[in-house]
Design a protein around this ligand. Sequence first.
Ligand SMILES: [Zn+2]
Length: 482
Amino acid sequence: MVLRVYNTMTRGKEEFRPREGKKVGIYVCGVTPYNYCHVGNARPYVVWDVFRRYLEYKGYEVFHVQNFTDVDDKILARAAQEGKTPGEIAEKYIAEYYADMDALGVKRAHFYPRVTEHIPDIIAMVQGLVEKGYAYEVDGDVYYDVGRFAGYGKLSGRSLEEMRAGARVEVDEKKANPMDFALWKRAKPGEISWDSPWGKGRPGWHIECSVMSHKYLGEGFDFHGGGVDLIFPHHENEIAQTEAYTGQPFVRYWLHNGFVNFSGEKMAKSVGNVITIREARQEYSGMAVRLYLLSTHYRSPIDFDLEKLAAAQKGWERLQNAREGMEQVLGRGDDLPPQPPEGELKERARNLRDRAGEAVTKFVEAMDDDFNTALAIGILFDLTREINSFLRQPVATPGEKAALARAREVFQTIGGVLGLLPAPEKAAAEGLVNELLQLIIDVRQEARSRKDFALADSIRERLGQLGIILEDTPQGIRYRRK
Ligand SMILES: [Zn+2]
């Protein structure tokens, strides 16, 4: 069965064909760490966590990159307010982000590049765009010249004229075209800044994602995600930057999730109608929040509703009960008891086994249809109901045990892809392992750049003994497990 996804670029569902074999590259726009994450912020990370798990279930080798915008007006404002450095603010809220995502059972991306660690790369791309005639400098600011990029507007489906009419663009004498946007911003006095060919300044917002996705995923890659609000101008601008710079098509599939609305408006810090993940977690489990977010198709808006969140909490508890009930009967072992001959199977055992088989087929159909998690959750709960009713009578014969074991296997597969059968401690530990691995790889890179090849080789060898293979790729070092 093939996976079909709704591509914002073509405005239709398309068969997913990876760029290269079974490898899949994903870039998701990450947070600006200046405050706690709210339920609306969390939605893209939860849905992409499921997309990734499903792609892995289908046998793809996924490389998932997500940035942190760790320098930005909002961070600078917050730092000034709290008398801290922008770095301290970013560090604090990145740690909070991880804590929230761990609670929601979101696996760590493979890599989280930060803007402040990529300034030379950003300057190089901006310079390249200036040299190719796509950007111009005025007074220490560098702007992208949207009139020069023929495809500008192709993602949002708007012409330059329409954008101009629709946007409240401030008149700026410096810009050649009102829709031109800043690639590099000249520093205001006292502001954090970096040296550049255009004087002291800092990067604009859009350029960072072009630079970091290009660096870690290559000239073209498979999926790019984010909320619908990012289609224009952020993703439109990313396309203009990257494609002008590389001369290659940028992203194959653009997937955008709908908003979370609350009290009739998009949940947003600027509106003030937010419920942070932290607040939600005081009353509900992170898993309930996850289940709630996944119960609506990712492209549809969610009208945030505390009653529905409470219902999700109950739903998640039902899943836990079913899991524990099966464990009590079958033990923790994954060994399937031998299947007795069909003729000896009791009706109820045959029924459970068949329902489990159907559940897996329906689940794959649902997920293949543009990641329909809402339908997939329904299928998981139908199966849970079958399991719970099966468990109400003694499970004694080998046939009954075999049927229950089959149901458990399916329950774990579906629940695992949806990330709803957590061992939260395990998720956190896995995140830490990935971080530590990245740290070791960075140390090895530093050794190599100091020409300490003995140390670099020894690190590679010892990782190899642990089953971790390092691969040199055009996008840098990647690791995979043997
Ligand atoms: Zn971005």
